[in-house]
Design a protein. Structure first.
Length: 200
């Protein structure tokens, strides 16, 4: 029984349907959903009694915010370039559905998904590290008027106020699924094209 027609249909479904839709959804998740988040909610309640200005730490940044502009937070040029490169690479990856030759589309999509994922992780972690540094600097100034024994524990919680948002995780999961599904396509194609041993 030959399964190659079924494999061909599955491959077409992945390369023409799953890949472009998956890359587009991952791109939109990174572009429009929160990817790097700084929240004052992680602070103890008495922090607001010391200074209500700590609520200024509430910042949510999408990939678009990082790449273009954000009114309440200025991203350094390195983060902006990383975000722009990541967005452009993910956008170009949508075109893997039209790559030639057609039999290489799954390979190209898998490579593009892995590369996009790496860029996404580097961008996200760099953004979080920058936010952590900014939070420490801000809190150091904010709580400079109180004894160091009281301000130090608050400043040390800067790392807890910053994290990766839903946009980052959804985009990363989407890219991981694309890479996995195309890996399955490549394995199936290799299995079907492997020469069978001659019958005795």
């Amino acid at each position: 029984m030959n399964d190659s027609p079924r494999s061909s249909s599955f491959e077409k479904f992945v390369t023409r349907g799953v890949n472009p839709v998956g890359f587009a959804l991952s791109l939109f998740a990174f572009l429009f959903l929160p990817c790097a988040v700084m929240s004052s909610w992680e602070f103890p309640s008495y922090a607001e009694e010391i200074s209500p200005l700590e609520s200024l730490l509430d910042i949510s940044s999408t990939g678009a915010n990082m790449a273009v502009h954000q009114s309440n937070y200025r991203w350094p040029i390195v983060i902006r370039l990383l975000a722009i490169i990541t967005l452009l690479f993910m956008a170009v990856s949508v075109g893997s559905a039209f790559a030639r030759p057609a039999r290489r589309r799954s390979l190209y999509a898998a490579i593009a998904a892995v590369a996009s994922g790496v860029l996404l992780v580097v961008t996200g972690l760099s953004a979080v590290a920058r936010m952590e540094s900014a939070a420490r600097e801000f809190l150091g100034v904010l709580f400079s008027s109180i004894p160091k024994s009281e301000s130090a524990p608050l400043i040390n919680q800067a790392d807890d106020t910053v994290g990766l948002g839903t946009g980052f995780w959804l985009a990363l999961v989407g890219l991981a699924l694309i890479a996995t599904i195309n890996g399955i396509v490549l394995l199936r194609a290799r299995t079907f094209t492997r020469p069978r041993p001659a019958e005795a």
